[in-house]
Write a protein that binds this ligand. Structure first.
Ligand SMILES: C=CC1=C(C)c2cc3[nH]c(cc4nc(cc5[nH]c(cc1n2)c(C)c5CCC(=O)O)C(CCC(=O)O)=C4C)c(C)c3C=C
Ligand code: FE2
Ligand code: FE2
Length: 350
């Protein structure tokens, strides 16, 4: 395997630390072509779809990409803004605010970058640039509070695949999950309370997490357990009793069984059972995106109303909420312990 020649160390060059906030990724445009490129990269990841490669190649290229790219592009068009894809601009804003707050808290010598697992800016592009700029300590911070092999481990794959080609790798740390981090759950609580303050309280609070195939959980993925724990902690902070809230799973893909109960049929049933005002939060998504703005706030809302529901209140994701930026900062700080993050701690590179 070819390993690139390392750049010569400049006299007096210092050790530099970077945090890379990594989110899933999104198409470059809400068009069938751009969505197809994005879906091809995403759905070709064996962490995401665990079907034998040769069989999946035919299904993906012969059926899924030709049909889904067009269908999904229309959905993306419905949520696209003048700043582009919500997932991307929220993650960009979070990275910038995280840099600011780390600086305010004294960690003024930390670079914060944003990268996407699929699409752009890609992890190889971002990690390559950080290395060229002299960073030799890297903290990878996935934007997923709950661990799953399908998301978190896929970020780890991409990071290590990149460094497989690098001669001098940096010191690396990786945040696995923060599903029970007090700052994160507290930030969720604040968004719910603020929402209730403005809109009044619904009859129930539905917490909808992205689903994964049931088989993934049967094979030992800790995702479901972490989602249930986040939900329990949030309910506890909000002083909800068992009848006040429900946990469901959305975004089912394909025909196999995914984690249940599914969000859309549950919401339809609630409306049929007489619930008229429903609050919905998606605690596992740290940025609003297609799955929250289109699937929940449009499709599932429609389902609720079509079945007799009156008021469907979608509670936005954490996005740039100050309590969330503060929680992200704490998570980063906790994982950088012992690293020279302040200019007063600057060291010459080894
Ligand atoms: C095919 C299987 C999929 C698995 C497994 C999966 C897991 C998973 N995904 C997220 C977060 C997001 N997914 C998003 C979009 C999205 N997800 C899938 C499929 C799987 N996800 C597809 C095909 C798509 C694309 C849209 C579509 O065509 O339906 C997004 C939004 C991206 C955006 O651009 O806004 C997020 C975020 C998690 C957290 C997760 C497992 C825990
Ligand atoms: Fe997904
Ligand atoms: Fe979806």
């Amino acid at each position: 395997m070819p390993f690139a020649k390392e750049p010569a160390l400049q006299p007096g060059s210092v050790s530099r630390t970077a945090v890379v906030l990594v989110n899933l990724g999104t198409p470059d445009a809400p068009t069938p072509g751009a969505v197809r490129r994005y879906l091809k990269e995403f759905l070709s990841d064996p962490r995401v779809v665990e079907i034998p490669k040769a069989i999946w190649w035919f299904i993906l290229n012969g059926i899924i990409l030709p049909f889904r790219s067009k269908q999904s592009a229309q959905k993306y068009a419905a949520i696209w803004t003048s700043d582009g894809s919500p997932l991307k601009f929220h993650t960009q804003a979070q990275a910038k605010l995280l840099r600011g707050l780390l600086g305010e808290r004294g960690h003024n010598d930390v670079t914060v970058a944003m990268a996407m697992r699929y699409g752009s800016p890609s992890l190889p592009e971002v990690l390559g640039k950080l290395k060229a700029d002299g960073h030799d300590r890297i903290l990878i911070l996935p934007a997923y509070p709950q661990y799953s092999g399908t998301t978190t481990a896929s970020v780890s794959d991409a990071v290590f695949d990149h460094y497989k080609k690098v001669r001098n790798i940096p010191e690396l740390r990786f945040v696995r999950d923060y599903h029970d981090h007090d700052g994160y759950v507290n930030a969720l609580k604040k968004t719910v309370l603020a929402h209730w303050e403005t809109n009044g309280r619904g009859e129930k609070l539905l917490m909808s997490f992205h689903g994964v195939p049931k088989r993934t959980i049967d094979l030992g993925d800790t995702y479901q357990r972490e989602c249930m724990e986040t939900a329990r902690l949030l309910a506890e902070k909000l002083r909800l009793n068992e009848n006040d809230y429900l946990v469901t799973f959305q975004s089912r893909f394909g025909k196999a069984e995914w984690l249940q109960p599914y969000t859309a049929p549950t919401v339809a049933q609630l409306a049929k059972d007489g619930v008229r005002k429903l609050d919905v939060i998606c605690p596992g998504f740290t940025s609003d995106c297609l799955e929250t703005l289109e699937e929940i706030a449009m499709e599932v809302r429609h389902e609720f109303k079509a079945n007799g529901g009156k008021e469907f209140n979608y509670i936005p994701c954490l996005n740039s909420h100050p309590a969330w930026i503060s929680a992200l900062t704490e998570v980063a700080e906790q994982h950088m312990i012992g690293w020279p993050t302040m200019s007063s701690m600057r060291k010459l590179r080894r």
